[in-house]
Design a binder for this molecule. Structure first.
Ligand SMILES: C[S@@+](CC[C@H](N)C(=O)[O-])C[C@H]1O[C@@H](n2cnc3c(N)ncnc32)[C@H](O)[C@@H]1O
Length: 245
């Protein structure tokens, strides 16, 4: 098995590289103002998507991170400093279903989210999230939602998804998200997939198992992981543009 990732450092670098390429693929460019919904990174994670956005928008751009929790805001801001992008990144605590009073209408060139919906535990309120995204993007601007694809193609990807399903993460159907974007008036709505080449060796995969449930996960997935390792699944990208009135 050709595992590409055999250490935690390599994993961090590979995920960082994957996120940066994804940000380029969706069209992040110098000078843009971007809102990143569900930006919270968590303390031990690779650089957040927000950092990758901030590197690409450059000194004239701006990235506003929104998260319902400010538990990790210290890490988030420290990380921005570490990557030299602190002057262009702000954080505001807010619930994605209602950002009125926090972000004005037509505020940003792009509204993005990267693996936010997997931790959004109110599936019936997806339409409210999309409505808010559409409200705060400028006419002509782009809304872009990126999530893990559950259309797995091998056992190593299946292990990654199974781990997240057991953890209680939500998995939304990309077609449902696309339909909601159209219903809210966005045009050129597209669904794309972006592959990763991040194949965790068995030992790196096991290090990624959550401490609290380690024994339980090893009982369920340990033998499979030893055989196949684990793979970061493809990311689906659902995007659409707001009409220029
Ligand atoms: C998997 S993390 C996001 C990962 C991050 N975007 C990255 O670059 O790796 C999901 C985040 O969504 C946030 N979240 C969950 N529900 C939310 C809501 N209703 N509004 C805003 N943020 C929310 C969580 O607090 C968490 O920080």
């Amino acid at each position: 098995m050709g595992w590409t990732i055999t250490s935690s450092t390599q994993l961090m670098e590979a995920v960082y590289d994957m996120k940066s390429k994804l940000a380029q693929k969706i069209g992040v460019k110098e000078g843009l103002t971007i809102v990143d919904i569900g930006c919270g990174p968590g303390p031990d994670h690779p650089p957040s998507f927000t950092v990758c956005l901030a590197e690409l928008v450059g000194e004239k751009g701006r990235v506003l991170g929104i998260d319902i929790s400010d538990e990790n805001v210290g890490d988030f801001l420290d990380e921005a400093k570490r990557f030299g992008v602190e002057g262009r990144v702000d954080f505001v605590k807010g619930d994605a279903v209602n950002l009125i009073g926090i972000i004005e209408d037509n505020f940003a060139d792009m509204i993005v989210s990267y693996r936010f919906l997997e931790e959004f535990m109110r599936p019936k309120e997806l339409s409210k999230v999309i409505k808010e995204m559409v409200r705060i993007v400028k006419p002509g601007g782009k809304v872009c939602i990126m999530e893990l694809s559950t259309q797995t193609e091998n056992e190593a990807e299946e292990i990654f998804i199974s781990l997240h399903k057991d953890w209680g993460d939500s998995f939304f159907d990309s077609r449902e998200i696309a339909q909601q974007l159209r219903r809210n008036g966005l045009v050129n709505v597209q669904i794309e997939t972006s592959e990763s080449d991040i194949w965790y060796s068995p030992s790196v995969a096991e290090k990624d198992f959550w401490k609290e449930f380690r024994e339980e996960i090893i009982t369920k997935l340990g033998a499979l992981t030893k055989k196949y390792g684990m793979k970061y699944p493809p990311i689906f990208i659902v995007s659409g543009h707001k009409l220029t009135s």
